[in-house]
Design a protein around this ligand. Structure first.
Ligand SMILES: [Zn+2]
Length: 131
């Protein structure tokens, strides 16, 4: 059976979760067992690969550009240039398409959040069971 992870001080390493915003947020790691004590730390650091599952996509959701026809439409309103019903219908469709893609992007983000929470829960259960 594998023993506990030891730091360079030859003591069981501390186990914690990364709280810093960024690509590693929510990921578990090992640090010097003396971290947070009066003792000098050895600066030991190692990611806990047991929980090294795919990271959530932390990039901001893709926001599609506004339909190119909307500025001419608003301009037309100001300047009172007649806009054909076909153009209005086209713009309405384009806006609906845009709205749909925004909602889809949000749904993708929500999936990442759910996956991340599930992973953290598994890690927590594992931690509870190992104690
Ligand atoms: Zn140490």
């Amino acid at each position: 059976m594998e023993g506990p992870v030891l730091c360079k001080c030859d003591v069981p390493a501390s186990h914690a979760v990364c709280k810093k915003d960024g690509a590693h947020k929510g990921q578990f790691f090992y640090g010097c067992g003396h971290f947070g004590t009066e003792r000098k730390t050895c600066r030991f650091f190692q990611w806990d690969i047991r929980y090294d599952l795919p990271r959530p996509n932390l990039r901001p959701p893709k926001r599609p550009r506004s339909p190119s026809l909307s500025p001419p439409l608003s301009q037309a309103k100001e300047e009172e240039i007649p806009v054909s019903p076909e153009t209005r219908a086209f713009v309405r469709l384009a806006l609906q398409d845009y709205h749909r893609s925004v909602l889809q992007a949000r749904l993708e983000d929500a999936k990442d959040v759910v996956a991340d929470l599930k992973r953290q829960l598994i890690a927590l259960e594992d931690l509870i069971n190992s104690e």
